[in-house]
Design a protein around this ligand. Structure first.
Ligand code: AMP
Length: 188
């Protein structure tokens, strides 16, 4: 299996590049943010709980998030591989993911980390907020909180995957196709 963690701060381009990668490599896109937004739209209990946190730019608890990922993996048992987008975001999630994949006789192939500096992220997210309808993209203080949460909780996962020799840092500035070319080169 080809299991890629597409990593990077909010606004780095993970969602957009995931779309291109799933097409090129016939992978299943596993975006925890998309799943949460689907639950919110459907008005489920999980969605209601998640919404309060997402709207503040805080993380949804690990237990809830990991359980959701397990379900999605089980629903796609015959997949060629997965693009993990927005997951894992904490050490507990990364450790759980390794355990879960190991039980399935597989593992993470590589972690591709899109590198974009903070002011560019804020600019991109405020721009996206104009037409995405996402409340968490429309308020600069929430955006900055999401980036702070990323720096504190999520960025350290680069060391986690680095120590497994799986980390590839990818310059996230450039055209869509330029960035995609760098991702493809890293995978191949
Ligand atoms: P995203 O679409 O990846 O930017 O995620 C939007 C929001 O969903 C985040 O700001 C978090 O509140 C929540 N979220 C998404 N993925 C996770 C995760 N792996 N762990 C905890 N919260 C998450």
């Amino acid at each position: 299996m080809l299991n890629i963690v597409l990593f990077g701060p909010p606004g780095a381009g993970k969602g957009t590049q995931s779309e291109k990668l799933i097409e090129a490599y016939e992978l299943v896109h596993l975006s925890t943010g998309d799943i949460f937004r689907g639950e919110i739209k459907a008005g489920t209990e999980l969605g209601l709980k998640a919404k309060a946190l997402i709207d503040k730019g805080e993380l949804v608890p690990d237990e809830v998030t990991i359980g959701m990922v397990v379900n999605k993996l089980d629903q796609n048992a015959d997949a060629k591989g997965f693009i993990f987008d927005g997951f894992p975001r904490t050490a507990a999630q990364a450790e759980a993911l390794d355990r879960i994949l190991e039980e399935k006789g597989t593992g993470i192939t590589s972690m591709l980390s899109l590198e974009v500096e903070e002011e560019e992220l804020v600019k991109r997210l405020l721009n996206r907020g104009k037409d995405s309808g996402r409340a968490d993209d429309q308020d600069e203080s929430i955006i900055r909180n999401r980036i702070a949460v990323y720096n504190k909780e999520t960025a350290p996962l680069k060391d986690f995957y680095g120590s497994q020799d799986k980390l590839h840092a990818i310059e996230g500035i450039g055209t869509l196709d330029e960035v995609f070319g760098r991702l493809r080169a890293a995978i191949n």
